[in-house]
Write a protein that binds this ligand. Structure first.
Ligand code: ADE
Length: 419
């Protein structure tokens, strides 16, 4: 490993370039930001450590930040990186990248450490592992950090808990909370790519199957609606009354997990919580149940307990492991319980990452001038940025808005006029 990066194989670079360019075609908002960054160079002289899924879309974000003048070190936010993209970033685009698909936990944390070694002024995180390492093991580098951004619901939950305990040392912009992020990336991105991962791994027909979605946040909503679109009978489990009620009125059956596990053929966890499916659940499932996770970390399925209980475990096709329980029941676990959309498919499509990463790029630019006004806390993306990203996306899609008449503007500003 050297300062230029640590990737699997330089020979993969060309394939990576082709795929990065393919994604770029679907990222018009980021392309516009990149063109402006090239002219204005707002990030000149700034160092950014980024810990994101190393995908073709992330590569386009890195190129945008580089166009803005930033020096970047990128590492993976879990072991599911794409080796061709990582290789292209190092060997064609000169962006220091530390990511190898399937890397073990030790290498994963060495890679995070390598990004911190550049002594960044900004962090860009997906799940908050980079921020956690900086705060717990790399206090030496924290004095240089001005601010950061966080991509996911999971990361923001961790960071809010750090802020509550007074442990957070610099301000973070919650990219996930922008409407142009979670309403599209979490819902349509996770929705489509999770189904894509399950289908690529299993080639199963969803029509007519009992499909259980555990968690009805924005990701759960997306997965449930796409599974229904393919003809599955969708069951939702929830712990929060409001989303549970929404799931009921959206037309799904809602029930506790111990009941759902008896009925389901295919399961997806999308809660952000630990051990959502544990041994008791696995024991109650039907023979042949297919179980996957699309929450950020691989903690939602208690696979240690399942492994201990199983008489045997074998790989029956790529991304599918068969666990045989005493008594002969078989449970199929997809992608070792890691994000199935990145393990067996390619993550969210570029068109939604376009908006998520526009938030990242404009978020860092915002922090350049505003970080000094912020305390060490978690902040929303300014509404004006969110609206600007929606406007640019609509423009790129060729969709025009209606306009208010002067009478309507006056009506909305007044309160005297009723019926
Ligand atoms: N998270 C989910 N899908 C992703 C993608 N395509 N790129 C980066 N992060 C992601």
């Amino acid at each position: 490993m050297n300062a230029q990066g640590h990737v699997k194989d330089p020979k993969l670079a060309e394939a990576g370039v082709n795929r990065i360019e393919w994604a770029e075609r679907e990222m018009p908002v980021l392309r516009q930001i990149r063109a402006r960054f090239e002219r204005e160079r707002p990030l000149r002289g700034k160092k950014i450590a980024a810990c994101l899924h190393v995908t073709t879309e992330t590569a386009n974000l890195m190129l945008t930040l580089k166009a803005g003048g930033a020096e970047i070190a990128l590492c993976a936010s879990n072991p599911l990186s794409t080796d061709d993209v990582a290789s292209a970033l190092v060997h064609r685009y000169g962006i220091a990248t530390f990511a190898i698909k399937g890397e073990d936990p030790e290498t994963y944390y060495q890679h995070i450490g390598a990004t911190i070694d550049i002594h960044p002024q900004f962090t860009m995180d997906d799940g908050a592992d980079l921020v956690t390492v900086l705060h717990t093991k790399r206090g030496d580098a924290i004095q240089h950090v001005i601010a950061g951004t966080e991509e996911t619901t999971t990361g923001i939950i961790r960071l809010r808990s750090m802020a509550r305990e007074g442990a957070l040392k610099y301000p973070i912009l919650a990219v996930n909370d922008a409407k142009t992020k979670h309403l599209f990336d979490n819902r349509y991105g996770t929705g489509q790519s999770t189904i894509d991962g399950i289908l690529r791994a299993t080639n199963r027909l969803l029509a007519g199957s009992a499909f259980v979605v555990l968690g009805y946040g924005w990701c759960g909503r997306g997965v449930a609606s796409r599974a229904r679109g393919l003809g599955a009978h969708v069951i939702v489990t929830e712990v929060d009354p409001l989303p549970a009620l929404e799931a009921v009125m959206d037309g799904f059956r809602v029930m506790p997990a111990p009941e759902a596990v008896k009925q389901g053929d295919i399961f997806v966890t999308v809660t952000g919580n630990i051990h959502v499916l544990g041994l008791e659940h696995f024991r109650s499932m039907k023979d042949g149940a297919i179980v996957s996770n699309s929450g950020h970390f691989n903690v939602e399925l208690d696979l240690d307990a399942l492994r201990k209980e199983a008489k045997s475990v074998r790989t029956v096709r790529p991304f599918v492991e068969e666990y045989t329980l005493p008594g002969g029941k078989r449970i199929f676990i997809l992608g070792e319980g890691r994000l199935i959309n990145l393990a067996a498919a390619e993550g969210h499509p570029a068109s939604v990452m376009d908006m998520s990463f526009a938030n990242q790029a404009l978020g860092v630019e915002y922090l350049l001038t505003h970080a000094k006004e912020l305390k060490a806390n978690v902040y929303p993306i300014p509404v004006a940025l969110d609206q600007e990203i929606a406007r640019l996306k609509l423009e790129a899609l060729g969709v025009r808005l209606d306009t208010l008449t002067p009478e309507q503007i006056a009506y909305l500003a007044s309160w005297q006029q009723g019926t």
